[in-house]
Write a protein that binds this ligand. Structure first.
Ligand code: SAH
Length: 249
């Protein structure tokens, strides 16, 4: 399917491995006139853009001012108004902590057609790539995905950790590796046992993926020692270790 002129496509790029974009996403990427992407997008994927396509990196990079969400919205709308087909390439799925909904609303308000192409979220691919089935018959029948971004601050991004801890099922935390100690502490406070298994998956599905396992009580010092950094997915619950207890790092 060739991308249409004057249309914005919100495309989920998948968790990292360039092979994990969808066929639809790839077709849009290969045919779009402009590609507007985040920082975590694989260079291999960007190579698929057609020769002459306008490529704009709107991601945050150390030492460079990142564009505000408003600026990104304006850029997408301006490119579409120029008559270009626009591939807005976002990590994982566009609607999982990706501010994709805001981009859809802005485009619609401007009268620009928008097509959303789902992607494989790191919330799912992270655990799966680290041998953790987030649900497993007889072990867990649900999972919660939550942001760990503000776990140390008073506001907590509106996350009620007490409630998250008290909800049955596996817990998947995105944007949490920098706050691992605070998150583990809050889950224990909320009633999860200190020996509940935890696995952290750094750079899931990418070369150099690292996996570290522990418990709520031990994971923070272990992750610190190993120097684990973003991007990483944290998965908490008895499902960790259902398939194996191994780790690679
Ligand atoms: N929309 C994205 C999430 C954006 S928030 C998605 O659906 O995956 C960014 C967070 O996603 C990171 O802080 C990290 O927690 C997670 N993440 C994204 N790519 C990852 C990867 N390859 N490995 C581990 N975590 C990843």
């Amino acid at each position: 399917m060739k991308a249409h002129a004057g249309t914005i496509y919100l495309v989920g790029a998948g968790p990292g491995d360039p092979k994990l974009i969808t066929v639809h996403g790839r077709e849009v990427l290969e045919s779009a006139d402009a590609v507007v992407h985040d920082r975590l997008i694989s260079p291999e994927l960007l190579k698929l853009a057609r020769v002459g396509a306008r490529i704009v990196d709107v991601g945050k990079a150390p030492g460079r001012a990142s564009r505000s969400q408003d600026e990104i919205n304006d850029l997408l709308i301006a490119l579409a108004r120029e008559g270009l087909s626009v591939c807005r390439l976002k990590g994982g799925d566009p609607f999982v902590f990706g501010r994709g909904g805001e981009e859809v609303l802005a485009a619609r308000a401007a009268g620009i057609p928008v097509v959303v192409v789902p992607g494989i979220s790191s919330a799912l691919a992270g655990p799966t790539a680290a041998d953790v089935p987030v649900t497993h018959r007889g072990v867990e029948s649900s999972f919660t995905v939550v942001t760990g971004h503000d776990a140390r601050s008073a506001g907590d991004a509106g996350v009620d950790w007490q409630r998250i801890a008290g909800t049955p099922g596996s817990i998947v935390v995105l944007m949490g590796v920098g706050n691992l100690g605070a998150i583990a502490g809050k889950l224990i406070e909320g009633g999860r046992p200190p020996d509940e298994p935890v696995r952290v998956v750094e750079r899931a599905t990418l070369p150099g993926q690292r996996v570290l396992s522990g418990t709520l009580a031990t994971i923070e010092p272990r992750a610190r020692e190993a120097g684990l950094t973003a991007p990483a997915v944290i998965v908490v619950g008895p499902v960790v270790g259902v398939l194996n207890d191994s780790e690679t790092s």
